[in-house]
Design a protein around this ligand. Structure first.
Ligand SMILES: Cc1cc2nc3c(=O)[nH]c(=O)nc-3n(C[C@H](O)[C@H](O)[C@H](O)COP(=O)(O)O)c2cc1C
Length: 264
């Protein structure tokens, strides 16, 4: 693979979970945010909002509500990325758009599932741009998927209106551990990149999925929770775990709110 500094940066990035407690400088934060706001955005609408989580009590609470991950409280810089249609709905309202639409015979509408997905794309693309910008400044990061848990608590903590939806929580900080922690392997490319149409794999082929991790997916072994191979361990520790169940409950609740009766 031909290398250049950007490709090298991407190839060596890894999630950082132990942080040098020194705060990021204002210049570092500004650079990350400015680069982030240059991310591609659907229709140039910037369907996202970024909340800088600075209040330590909020970080402490997130460490608890996001599946008990104490390192969140220790991250020097924390950003919450929201998919956001509220700003546009408020703009439309202020501009008399519904009355104008009625006059023109256009049926008014409110944000629905498609708008949510588009705003989620925008927010996540912005988030990953922040990750790469930070990395370029020597600042590590880690996503926290558990931000989609506990919808009611997070709504209250961050004053989230109806047409906002947590897309990603990102912790940033310079790494406190020695470099070269070892990169987490990725599955072989044939499983991930398909040509022209979707490919499903046989049981035998799928057995090779975990080879980059040094073992077959179905190779017998001793794992926590009574699992006997890697696939079973994943099913028990992740797919059926309490956090996954809570994620689904909470997400369902947020989607219900988004598509539900308009709140004032
Ligand atoms: C959507 C998403 C959610 C994640 N949530 C968490 C999390 O809650 N806690 C955590 O420690 N890491 C989380 N991660 C980081 C992954 O565990 C990490 O990216 C993966 O193990 C690969 O490691 P690498 O980023 O070092 O290559 C998340 C990553 C993504 C993309």
């Amino acid at each position: 693979m031909p290398m250049n500094p950007t490709i090298e940066l991407i190839m060596h990035r890894h999630s950082t979970r132990t942080y040098d407690p020194a705060p990021l400088t204002q210049e570092e934060k500004d650079t990350i945010l400015q680069a982030t706001m240059r991310a591609p955005t659907a229709g140039a609408m910037m369907l996202y909002t970024i909340i800088e989580v600075e209040d330590q009590s909020l970080k402490d609470k997130l460490a608890d509500t996001c599946d008990h991950q104490p390192f969140i409280a220790e991250a020097p810089y924390v950003l919450l990325f929201l998919a956001d249609y509220q700003r546009w709905m408020d703009l439309y309202e202020g501009a008399g758009c519904e009355a104008k639409a009625a006059e023109l015979g256009i049926t008014p509408r409110k944000p629905a599932e498609g708008d949510l997905v588009l705003a989620m794309m925008d927010a996540l693309i912005a988030a990953q741009t922040a990750v790469i910008a930070a990395e370029a400044l020597g600042i590590g990061s880690c996503y926290i998927g558990d931000i989609v848990e506990n919808a009611e608590i997070h709504r209250q903590m961050f004053n989230l209106p109806q047409y906002t939806f947590p897309a990603a929580l990102l912790c940033f900080g310079k790494s406190a551990s020695a470099p070269n922690e070892g990169l987490v392997p990725r599955f072989a490319r044939k499983f991930i990149v398909h040509k022209d149409k979707y490919l499903r794999f046989s049981k035998d082929e799928l057995n090779d999925l975990h080879l980059p991790f040094g073992r077959h997916s179905f190779a017998p072994g001793d794992f926590a929770g009574g699992a006997q191979n890697v696939a079973q361990a994943n099913y028990i520790r992740k797919f059926t775990a309490a956090f996954s169940v809570e994620m689904t409950r909470s997400t369902r609740e947020m989607i219900k709110r988004w598509v539900g009766e308009r709140e004032s």
